[in-house]
Design a protein around this ligand. Sequence first.
Ligand code: FRU
Length: 469
Amino acid sequence: MEQTNKMEQYELGYHIRPPHGLLNDPNGLVYYKGIYHVFYQWNQTDTTHQSKSWGHMTTKDFIRWETHQPALEPIDWYDRDGCYSGSAVVFEEKMYVFYTGNVRGKNGERKSYQCLAISEDGIHFEKKGPVLEHPIKGYTAHVRDPKVWQGKDGNWWMILGAQKEETLTGDALMYQSTNLIDWSLTGSLMDEPLSLGYMWECPDVLRFDDKDVFAFSPQGLTAEGEKYNNIYQSGYFTGELCDNGKFIRDHQPFKELDYGFEFYAPQTFKDTGGRTILYAWVGVMEPKLEAAVPTRKSGWLHALSIPREVTYEKGKLIQYPIAETTHLRETKSVVSKSIQDESFTLSSLQQDILVEWDAAATDFIIYLRNEIEINYQASNKKITVVRTNWLTNVKEERTTFLTQDLMELRLLIESSMVEIFLNKGEEVFTLRYFTSEMNHSFNFKYLNRKVEKTITGYTLRSFIVKDKS
Ligand code: FRU
């Protein structure tokens, strides 16, 4: 087997990763003066969760990117222990960025300030300091991750993740403003008492024509069968956001956005074409597993997901790679229409593979690089993804159930990440994996009845990144 050096072995070509240090949440996603801006939580000096600044990349086409100097650095009294997560909006041709200033006292006690920074060119930011007073009566200092958007009436909303003091349960707080500077609290997003974990991080409100969606990342959910098996989860409620800032949720349970292993802290924004685009951190893991990620030896850790267009269909969010992702396709690497099992050697580890069935898929297993298994059981539309835990070397799996027969499966493969989209985004599994073998195999195996399917694969090019920092 060919031996490559470890750095190349786990490299990511078409996902945003930090040049060095640790990346976590996507921040400040915005389309400003014809350019898409992606910021992210970034520890520039180490692969630990200390000293977060805002890393910054821009693109016009999601293929050619520019890296800029960090937009925000934790150097002021109100953010000296971290410029934590937040969002961006455009107002009077300026970019307004809201974020949480994290400050620790002598004995480690936490203070959170919701802060503003303004930019006139999208590259240089002038910090304006805190815009909100904390703590708020009845809440602990765990209040962070401002997401701001403009309501239909032109007024601005801010939602914050929070923790109730009395019950130590997660909550979301809503604020309103006419000028983005003066904010007044309207209260909890939901009036009903919900006990769903001890803290809600990274809240977001998605607005579609006839539906609103409250997405958030609760910490502290207990695993229940196939649900909530990761350290923290991200998911949503559907419903209606009323003019008074209250969200009336539909009678549907909390639904996870992704059934893989590492997806966390997603954020969305709308572009001028009206698309809702989501990025997430890939991602959150148990500290011991994080410490064992092999890329730490090469000085970097974690990545963002592929940008996904989010739509609302029949009570559910659908997530599918944005159309621009197809521009990463270089050459067709696989084409096969057959009723047989199939085995391929992938020409590279950057692939976009589509499996399409003319009629409902029957039971199968896909083995990717002898490392990842995707197992489908048609009788109950059950889909299971298996990988090896790189700390324990034990196989682990995640499962969910489709509501429709499986007709399409799309795999976005990198050397150490896979995103699996089922039925054009009805369900998604995102995961990292680290195999020491340079195995490039892709095997498709029917388990009983064989039906015709088409497999089309494309080699994907890497981003072209210019450093403008
Ligand atoms: C979510 C989170 C946010 C916080 C940021 C700090 O992963 O904990 O709540 O703002 O990361 O990096």
